[in-house]
Design a protein around this ligand. Structure first.
Ligand code: CA
Length: 229
């Protein structure tokens, strides 16, 4: 079987980029490569990929930071971390920042392809979070411009409100726990509490003009919230 996926490779070793590019192209993939963390993150945010192969040790911005920032920006694209160190602490940190799986270097290409197949099966295309707009009610969340509009007019949102809305809007109909939302949108931080989620949801409802009667961000009693288009 062939993978047939759009792949972003963020890796600073040219040799590995070449090998990966050749092998993945042979699997029917289209492959974009970036050699540092900053341009890699940019590509991941602006492009539409099925999977990201992310090296841990990168110039500019390391793989952990890139991973964490992609998740905070609401990108659910599967991320496979490539780690040279193989230390359990790196693995734990990677998974905590939202990586889906990891592979220690040097790795066997056959194993890599099998892991990629498994990840692509696990995360259905609808949940990978491309950059397409999301329409709900009178609103359009323009994800390529990072903007919410209501009947063509911009609704002002601060960065955190936008991230929260983007996260919720990508998961319509799913009951999301406060803990889950906190972890995914704010990242791991011992100083934030689930109350933070409630405060931001209240603000977001006010921005959407649904403080009195929520239409899109519904409360799920005893659990958290659910987005409804
Ligand atoms: Ca590296």
């Amino acid at each position: 079987m062939s993978l047939n996926a759009r792949v972003l490779v963020i890796e600073d070793e040219a040799g590995i980029r070449l090998t990966l590019g050749d092998r993945l192209a042979a699997e029917g993939c289209s492959v974009d490569c970036r050699g540092d963390g900053v341009s890699g993150e940019e590509a991941a945010l602006s492009g539409d990929y099925d999977i990201v192969l992310l090296d841990l040790m990168l110039p500019g911005r390391d793989g952990l930071a890139v991973c964490s920032r992609l998740r905070k920006a609401g990108r659910a694209v599967p991320i496979l971390m490539l780690t040279a160190r193989g230390g359990s602490l790196d693995v734990v940190s990677g998974l905590r920042q939202g990586a889906d799986d990891y592979l220690a270097k040097p790795f066997d290409m056959g194993v890599l392809v099998a892991r990629m197949e498994a990840l692509l099966r696990r995360v259905p295309p609808a949940e990978r979070g491309g950059t397409g707009p999301v329409a709900f009610g009178d609103f359009v969340l323009d994800r390529s411009r990072g903007e919410l509009t209501r009947e063509g007019k911009t609704v002002p949102l601060n960065a955190q409100e936008y991230r929260l809305l983007d996260y919720l809007a990508q998961r319509p109909g799913r009951a999301l726990g406060r803990d889950e939302i906190l972890d995914d949108v704010w990242g791991y931080d011992p100083d934030t509490s689930t109350r933070t989620v409630d405060v931001h949801v209240a603000r977001l409802r006010a921005r959407l003009g649904e403080s009195a009667l929520p239409r899109h961000i519904l409360t799920v009693r005893g659990r958290g919230y659910k987005f409804q288009k």
